[in-house]
Design a binder for this molecule. Structure first.
Ligand SMILES: C[S@@+](CC[C@H](N)C(=O)[O-])C[C@H]1O[C@@H](n2cnc3c(N)ncnc32)[C@H](O)[C@@H]1O
Length: 287
């Protein structure tokens, strides 16, 4: 499986250009996040992290990634766009789910790790003998995550540039956190294959915090107009690739088929981007 984020393809071939799409593309060109979205129709580790940490960083300063004042469109994306708000909320829930099961001696792995804030941002002050591994295809994300990791004392941290579908690990890890892959995957079987690899790599009883995006008919946006703007921007203007939605019942089936029990599903307030806590089934052992 290649990286699910495109690298420099010419976007939106075959899309109908209208004055409205043209004007929004021009607005996107005014800031770095917008230019990345135009070029890649998805977010890499760096830009996902930028969106996730915005409430604690850029929002306080009102500044964009290049230090200039936020444009109206970038501020809308980071403060109003329903799916970005949902992912910011999901990120907080994800960390809580992991933190509450954290114990001394555990090995925790983030796949795809991006900048790995899901693990690097946890509180390890009351546990000992923890090891963390970040796995991603993107060397730049791995390097940035390694830079962040240097501030964590007494934690062993390793990184591997590897395909999430080819972990090749048996019953070694206590936790795998996974956000941001299945939303780029259309085929159910490809998701199940990914989860099977996770189940194989986990020890019996190991945990998998994972996320998914629900179908649009289930969404309860704070503001319907923002949802319309989101649809126009991501579907008509950009044609983003993270739009593979799944109902909870399907995600449960995929995880169970791969050898997991679903312990908990925590929805964000708009019911868009839930976090799931699954556990490798004690009956199933793929090792
Ligand atoms: C949307 S980001 C999510 C990163 C991180 N989990 C987070 O929530 O901040 C998606 C990541 O998936 C990585 N990626 C894409 N395809 C991959 C694959 N086949 N195997 C491993 N990583 C992959 C990208 O390099 C990128 O860092």
């Amino acid at each position: 499986m290649n990286s699910l984020i495109s690298h420099g393809q010419s976007p939106n071939k075959g899309f109908v250009q209208t004055p409205a799409t043209h004007s929004l593309r021009a607005e996107l060109q005014e800031f770095e996040l917008g230019r990345f979205l135009i070029e890649h129709q998805g977010l890499n580790g760096y830009w996902t992290n930028y969106v996730l940490l915005y409430p604690q960083t850029g929002k306080l300063k009102g500044l964009s990634s290049d230090g200039k004042p936020l444009t109206g469109l970038e501020r809308w994306l980071l403060e109003k766009c329903p799916i970005f708000l949902a992912t910011q909320e999901r990120f907080v829930v994800f960390k809580k789910l992991t933190q509450q099961h954290l114990q001394s001696g555990m090995s925790l792995v983030s796949v795809p790790c991006g900048l790995m804030q899901d693990l690097l941002g946890l509180d390890y002050s009351v546990v000992q003998d923890i090891s963390l591994i970040g796995i991603d295809l993107d060397p730049e994300s791995l390097q940035l995550a390694a830079d962040f990791g240097q501030s964590l004392a007494n934690i062993r941290i390793g990184f591997e540039q590897r395909d999430a579908w080819e972990l090749g690990v048996n019953q070694q890890w206590d936790f795998i956190t996974s956000n941001g892959l299945n939303i780029y995957v259309e085929e159910a079987q490809t998701c199940i294959d990914l989860y099977r690899g996770f189940a194989r790599a986990l020890k019996r009883g190991g945990y998998l915090p994972i996320s998914f995006i629900t179908p649009p008919e289930e969404w309860i946006p704070v503001d319907r107009q923002d949802l319309q703007q989101q649809r126009f921007l991501f579907t008509d203007v950009l044609g983003v690739k993270w739009q593979h939605y799944r109902a909870e019942v399907a995600v449960r089936q995929h995880l169970e088929a791969a050898g997991f029990d679903v312990l908990e599903i925590v929805y964000d307030s708009q019911r868009m981007f839930p976090a799931v806590l699954a556990q490798k089934s004690r009956a199933a052992d793929h090792g």
